[in-house]
Design a protein around this ligand. Structure first.
Ligand SMILES: *Cc1c(COP(=O)(O)O)cnc(C)c1O
Length: 368
């Protein structure tokens, strides 16, 4: 048996007729940028999240950049961001001339540790970026309380958390602005790059729209310098089809996660992902903490099972941030996790036999 880490073509085959039809509709329409499908997607996505505004963009990294710009982040500001994440959540801060200030993460939930974030607040701190890592929403009330007490704006990075929730609060509806990625491997993925920001603030939505469109809402309006970041009609049409299935796909990921939990519960050498009882996790990744992680990964690879590491180097220790002179004792949790974490395949189309086979191989490795 072979187990791929992800198989995007398996999902395409299920919805092929619908996708092919909308793709041809767009191709024949003669409108490829900013037309009816983009407007429809923005309306549908905002509606599903029960938020007032959605601005469709070129990718998730741009969404974070545009969101920070809309929040007024500028040169000299500090923004707190988690040590364990994809690099987008740190690099966009620097791109605006502001300074990324890393905070350590929780050893069990892997999301930002607000106690450490509290130690990092200065009079220059303007915002906090929370990453709902792997599909788990960071505790909303604590986040809101923390930001209110410290007078910070809250940006949610929802790239890994499409329709994850915590006590009915859905990711993307908790902070001031939220950024989504629709990179093909995300839970809701386009067939190319795409992203968006979502907010209830009319002012921030307008700023986001302007900044992402050369500083204006219309073609020859340039109220400020901006960037060019837009979702194209093909991606919007594809995402509109996929939006109908996202809840079902998230459910399947949950089912896969339950199978892992049942079959791996006795293996003492690994720690299964913790989830808060009030949370609906959408398992963008199913991440375990594993003893002898490297050896386990190699063993599984030899059994034709692909796994990944999210992330092998925590952001403060990346060469890009060497100028900040961070050492492991500044981020002890993230440093330890980078050698323990292992992501197992969890995509919706995975077969039960593939999960059973993976679990058997893990047990064989640990001889349990
Ligand atoms: C994927 C991802 C992004 C970036 O999205 P792109 O569309 O690839 O630019 C940002 N943050 C996190 C946490 C991600 O996983």
């Amino acid at each position: 048996m072979k187990v791929n880490f992800i198989d995007l073509s398996a999902q395409y085959k299920v919805i092929q007729s619908e996708i092919d039809e909308v793709v041809h509709t767009v191709l024949k329409s003669g409108h490829y940028i900013k037309h009816k499908h983009v407007a429809e997607f923005e309306a549908a996505f905002a509606k599903k999240l029960k938020q007032k505004h959605c601005v469709a963009l070129g990718n998730g990294t741009d969404a974070l950049l545009v969101a920070l710009k809309a929040m007024g982040i500028q040169q000299g500001d500090e923004v707190i961001t988690p040590a364990l994440s994809w690099i987008s959540t740190a690099e966009v801060i620097s791109l605006l001339g502001a300074k990324p200030i890393f905070a350590d993460v929780d050893p069990d939930f892997f999301t930002i540790d607000l106690a450490d974030a509290a130690r990092k607040v200065t009079n220059k701190t303007k915002a906090l970026i929370v990453v709902h890592l792997y599909g788990q929403v960071s505790e909303p009330l604590l986040l809101k309380k923390f930001c209110a007490e410290n007078n910070l704006l809250l940006l949610e990075d929802c790239a890994q958390a499409h329709f994850s929730s915590y006590q009915q609060r859905v990711a993307g509806t908790i902070g001031d602005v939220a950024a989504f990625s629709f990179y093909p491997t995300k839970n809701l993925g386009a067939y190319g790059d795409a992203g968006c920001v979502v907010t209830n603030s009319e002012e921030m939505a307008t700023l986001a729209r302007r900044f992402s469109n050369h500083g204006g809402l219309t073609k020859h309006e340039h109220l400020l310098e901006g960037i060019n970041s837009r979702m194209d009609e093909l991606q919007a049409a594809i995402l509109l089809v996929k939006l109908k299935y996202i809840d079902e796909w998230n459910e399947r990921r949950n089912k896969n996660a339950s199978l892992y939990r049942e079959q791996l519960s006795e293996v003492i050498q690994i720690q299964l992902p913790h989830i808060a009882p009030e949370a609906y996790h959408t398992y963008h990744q199913f991440v375990i903490k594993a003893q002898q992680r490297e050896a386990l990964q190699l063993f599984l690879k030899a059994q034709k099972i692909s796994t990944e590491i999210h992330y092998p180097v925590a952001l403060p220790f990346e060469p890009a941030y060497h100028t900040l002179h961070h050492t492991p004792n500044h981020f002890p949790v993230a440093f330890k996790l980078q050698s323990q974490l292992l992501s197992l395949p969890v995509y919706p189309e995975l077969a039960e036999e593939q999960i059973t086979y993976t679990c058997q191989c893990i047990k064989t490795f640990y001889k349990t």
